[in-house]
Write a protein that binds this ligand. Sequence first.
Ligand SMILES: Cc1cc2nc3c(=O)[nH]c(=O)nc-3n(C[C@H](O)[C@H](O)[C@H](O)COP(=O)(O)OP(=O)(O)OC[C@H]3O[C@@H](n4cnc5c(N)ncnc54)[C@H](O)[C@@H]3O)c2cc1C
Length: 427
Amino acid sequence: MPPTSFSEPVWQRPAQASFHTPLEHGEESDVAIVGAGILGLSTGLHAARYGLSVRIVEAKGLGEGASGLNGGQVIPGLKYDPDKLLELFGEARGEALVGFAASTADKVFGLIRDEKLDVPYCRNGWIHAAHTGTALRAAESRDRQWRARGADAVLLDAAEIARLTGAKTYLGGWLDRRAGTIDPLSFTLELARIASAAGVRIAGNTRARALRSEAGLWRLTTEAGMELRAKSLVVATNAYTDALIPGLAETIVPLHSFQIATARLSPDRLETILPGGHAVSDSRRILVYYRRGPDGRLVLGGRGRMAPPRSPKDWLHLERAMLRLYPALSGVPIEKRWFGRVAMTPDHLPHVHEPQPRLLAVVGCQGRGVGLMTALGERIAAYLAGGDPKSIPFPLTPVRPIPLHGFRQIGVAAASTWYRMLDAFER
Ligand SMILES: Cc1cc2nc3c(=O)[nH]c(=O)nc-3n(C[C@H](O)[C@H](O)[C@H](O)COP(=O)(O)OP(=O)(O)OC[C@H]3O[C@@H](n4cnc5c(N)ncnc54)[C@H](O)[C@@H]3O)c2cc1C
C-alpha cells in the first residue's frame, strides 16, 4: 500500500455540516444517481430544484473520485474547436454543442458566486502554451473561431507568454479569459452541501452492485444488500465505471493523471512564476498542466503509470517536467503527490448513453470535466424533469464497447511512446 500522502491532494475541505444520509432498505425516489462526483451532484442539485426526489449513492468518501482530486482548471470548450464540432455534428446540433461548450466555465463560476460557495478560485484565464510552430498555428485557428463567437480570448507571443508563465520554453500561446482555477475538492463538497440543502439524500461508502428494471421502476442493489427503487437512474461513475451496466466500462480507456504540489514558494519566486495566477496546459500530446495552488504552491500534473504508484519515484517525470519549465525550483521540496483516473473515449468526446428508457450513463471527459460535468448535470436534470432530450447537447447513444478493449493497456503504452516521439520531433 502506498503511504497515505499519495492519495491526499493538496486541496482544502471547507468547514461544513455533515450531509450524509444513510440509505434505508426499500427507499423510493424519482431519480437515483450512482456516483457523487461533480456530475452526480450537479444532476442531483438541479433535479431537486425541479421538484424531483433524488437519492445519490457513492462507493467511496465524497470527493475521493476524480472530482476532488483533479487539477481544478476550469476550461470551457471541448477537445474540438467550433468548426470541427459543426463538421462532426451538422449545423443545428453543432451550434448547440458550441454554445454549450462555451458556457461550461460560466456555470462553475456562476454557482460559486450565486450560491456563495466556500471555494477558493481565481478567474484570470487559461493559457494553452504552444511548444511548436504547428501548435501555434492551431492556437491561431482556435483564437479566430472562438473570437468570432465573442469569446474573451487573445493570442500571446513568445515574450507575453514568458511574462505570464515565467517559463521561457514556449513559442507563444492562447489565453482564454473565460477560464480559471478553483479548489476542486472544496467545489465538490460545496456542491454536495447545497444539493443536500435542496433535499438530495447522499449516502457515501455505499457501492451500487446491480440494477434491474421491474414494473416500470429501476431497482438498484448495493454491496450491503440494500435495495432502492427509482423512476430514473443516472450512472455518473465516469472513469471509475465498473460492471453495473454491461459493456459500459469497455467504452472508455481509463488513464491515470498524476499530480505534484511544491512547498510554498517564496514571494520573490511568486513574482515570476504564474504572477497573474493563470492556469496553463502545454500543447504536447503527452501534456503537462499547471497552476498555482493553495498558499502559493505550484501544482503540476500529467500522465502517470497505470499500475498503482509504489513510491515517490513514480512522480519523478513530473518533477523533471517542472524543472524544465522552472529551473529555479531546483531544490524546492515536493510536499504532495496524488493521482486519479480520467476516462478517454476513441472519438475524444464525452458520451451520454441511454441504453434503456430512463437509464442514463455519462463517461469520458478526456481530463476536462470540471466545467463540462457541472453544466451537463443541469441539462440532464432538465431532461429527467420531462424536458426535451435535446436539452442534453450530446446525442444519446447506445453502449458500444471498444473492440479488443482487453488489449487497451498495450495500446495505451504503444500510443504513449508514439506520442512522446512526435512531441520530441515535431517543430
Ligand atoms: C488527477 C486529475 C486531474 C484532472 N484535472 C482536471 C482539470 O484540471 N480540469 C478539468 O476540467 N478536469 C480535470 N480532470 C477531470 C475531472 O476531474 C473529471 O472529468 C470530473 O471530475 C469527472 O466528474 P464525474 O462526476 O463524472 O466523475 P467522478 O468525480 O470520478 O465521480 C464518479 C464517482 O462514481 C463513484 N462510483 C463508481 N462506481 C460506483 C458504484 N458502483 N457505486 C457507487 N459509486 C460509484 C466513484 O467512487 C466516483 O466518486 C482531472 C482528473 C484527474 C483524475
